[in-house]
Design a protein around this ligand. Structure first.
Ligand code: ATP
Ligand code: MG
Length: 498
């Protein structure tokens, strides 16, 4: 059986992965595994370098290239055989895995071909162009000396009955490009005409896929600059008694990619909770407004080939490992996560009372004249909450549900216009506070954090009204609480006038 060039590019490279980040990760994972002793995952101190080079001798017209460089073992002879002659996992390795001798990241035996999908020309509309393009592998197992150089071009492989693996070049030869005179053992994957145009694009593609736990993170640089996963807002950390189930969650937005289930050993993201959805996970773990990582043992082994979800067999009721994880999610994680978003949502009694009070201000003092200048709500980052049906096709995001809150609303108090800003929570006993940066901005605590709201609609309205007036008063008359109170009550009295 011959693997055709066409299948190599379309079936095993481009077709498998949902996004470019996952493709880069395949190469990084290989580099990591080659940089550690087998069997134990020890990423600390391991260095992976990503580079986007504007001119590379192997690129068409001396154009840009992407380089994924590791300083691991290099391709030893058995690895050369594995890399260029085997697709999938050989039986020998399956047996070793049974005994536990394996780095947990080698799963399917096809990840290397993800490099094809990083070459823009392998995505060309013309099939014959796609197979004519590929990538280059450079590798050395010794500390110095000649370097194995293999063009991984699917068309050539099909025509010549395999790859030409036994070509060695000098460390100073032109093909080396920026890796000239590199020291030590290493493997570099060089992708000409890369899908990325800037270093930022690389980071954007991979940032949510990087291990979040510090002891799982390796040294990663993009064009020499160290990078790590983005920080979480308002973090919540939970750990099971045995320490093997852990959750680090935060409030997110529609760009933070939701919560992921991650492998406990290596920290890699395995399955998107968004994607697993409500039929598999308890609310609110699949909600897009949450973000973060849930770590559980041995998940990577059950990841689907597209690297975004879990195999169906794994999430069956009858699977003991899954049941254990699910029980922890239901009893520990979901309740805590629910609190996290309750705290973060502009909804509930405080928000409603505020809406009513805003109407009261308008009725009494008129519409503020700067209404048109109010900033529009930012997508998914504030009050306008989106809860798409996870089963709906991805291309069509669910429409926003009502109410369409703005993060700001303007009111007039007497002659002056104030902006009430509801996008930020305050300390639990403060309902309203004038912003330190802007005397005409009042931050109101309507995201669920306020804990002194009275029962009963009317009482709440009165409470909210006075809290806002006191906040403005005490800012205006900072040195005199007496005058601040008089100001607030004078304004309150305005509402009684016919
Ligand atoms: N950077 C590298 N350094 C050394 N050996 C490598 C490197 N990249 C790949 N290999 C070797 O090539 C083999 C095949 O890699 P490939 O990514 O295709 O499969 P895998 O890592 O075994 O499984 P998966 O498909 O889950 O990634 C690896 O198992 C490893 O032995
Ligand atoms: Mg791999």
């Amino acid at each position: 059986m011959v693997v055709t060039a066409d299948h190599m590019v379309d079936g095993l490279g481009v077709g498998l992965y949902e996004n470019v980040g996952q493709r880069v990760l395949e190469l990084m994972r290989n580099g990591l595994a080659a940089s550690m002793p087998p069997g134990v995952w020890t990423p600390n101190g391991v260095k992976i370098e990503l580079m986007l080079i504007p001119h590379h001798p192997l690129s068409p017209k001396n154009g840009p290239a992407l380089i994924v460089l590791d300083h691991g073992s290099g391709l030893t002879d058995p690895m050369v055989e594995r890399y260029f002659y085997w697709l999938g996992t050989p039986i020998r390795e399956l047996r070793e895995r049974e005994k536990g001798i394996q780095n947990g990241v080698s799963q399917k035996g096809i990840g290397r071909l993800a490099a094809l999908a990083l070459n823009e020309n392998c995505l060309h509309e013309d099939r014959l162009v796609r197979i004519r393009n590929g990538y280059y592998l450079f590798s050395r197992t010794a500390a110095s000396g000649e370097i194995r150089f293999v063009p991984v071009i699917p068309e050539k492989a099909e025509m010549n009955g395999g790859f030409e693996t036994e070509r060695f070049i000098s460390p100073t030869s032109t093909e080396m490009g920026p890796l000239k005179d590199i020291k030590g053992s290493f493997t570099a994957i060089v992708v000409p005409s890369p899908v990325f145009k800037t270093a930022d694009e690389i980071y954007e593609a991979i940032k949510w896929l990087l291990p979040r736990e510090q002891d799982k993170m390796f040294d990663l640089t993009i064009n020499g600059k160290p990078v790590g996963p983005p920080p979480l807002e308002k973090t919540l950390t939970l750990t099971s008694k045995d320490g093997r189930y852990r959750a680090r969650l935060g409030a997110g937005n529609d760009k933070s990619e939701g919560i992921w289930l991650c492998d406990e050993e290596n920290g890699f993201r395995v399955a998107s909770c968004n994607k697993l959805g409500k039929s598999i996970l308890p609310d609110p773990l699949w909600f897009p407004e949450l973000s973060g990582d849930i770590f559980a043992p041995k998940l990577l082994a059950h990841q689907n080939t597209a690297r975004s979800s879990l195999n169906k067999e794994y999430t069956r009721q009858s699977n003991k490992e899954w049941s254990k994880l699910k029980m922890w999610l239901i009893t520990e994680v979901a309740p805590a996560a629910r609190k996290l978003i309750e705290r973060d949502s502009i909804s509930g009694d405080a928000a409603q009372a505020l809406d009513e009070v805003v109407e009261m201000f308008k009725g009494r003092f008129g519409e503020p004249d700067d209404m048109e200048e109010q900033p529009l709500p930012r997508k998914g980052s504030g009050g306008e909450r989106r809860r798409p049906d996870p089963d709906a096709p991805k291309a069509e995001p669910a429409p926003y549900t009502k109410p369409q809150y703005r993060r700001y609303v303007s009111i007039k108090v007497g002659e002056e216009t104030y902006i009430l800003y509801r996008g930020q929570s305050l300390e639990a006993h403060t309902f309203a506070r004038v912003s330190d940066n802007n005397p005409n901005q009042v931050i109101v605590n309507v995201r669920g954090a306020y804990c002194a709201l009275p029962k009963g609609k009317e009482a709440r309205r009165e409470h909210v009204l006075m809290q806002i007036l006191f906040a403005i008063g005490s800012h205006k008359f900072e040195r005199s609480p007496y005058r601040a109170t008089i100001f607030a009550n004078q304004m309150r009295a305005e509402f009684l006038k016919k």
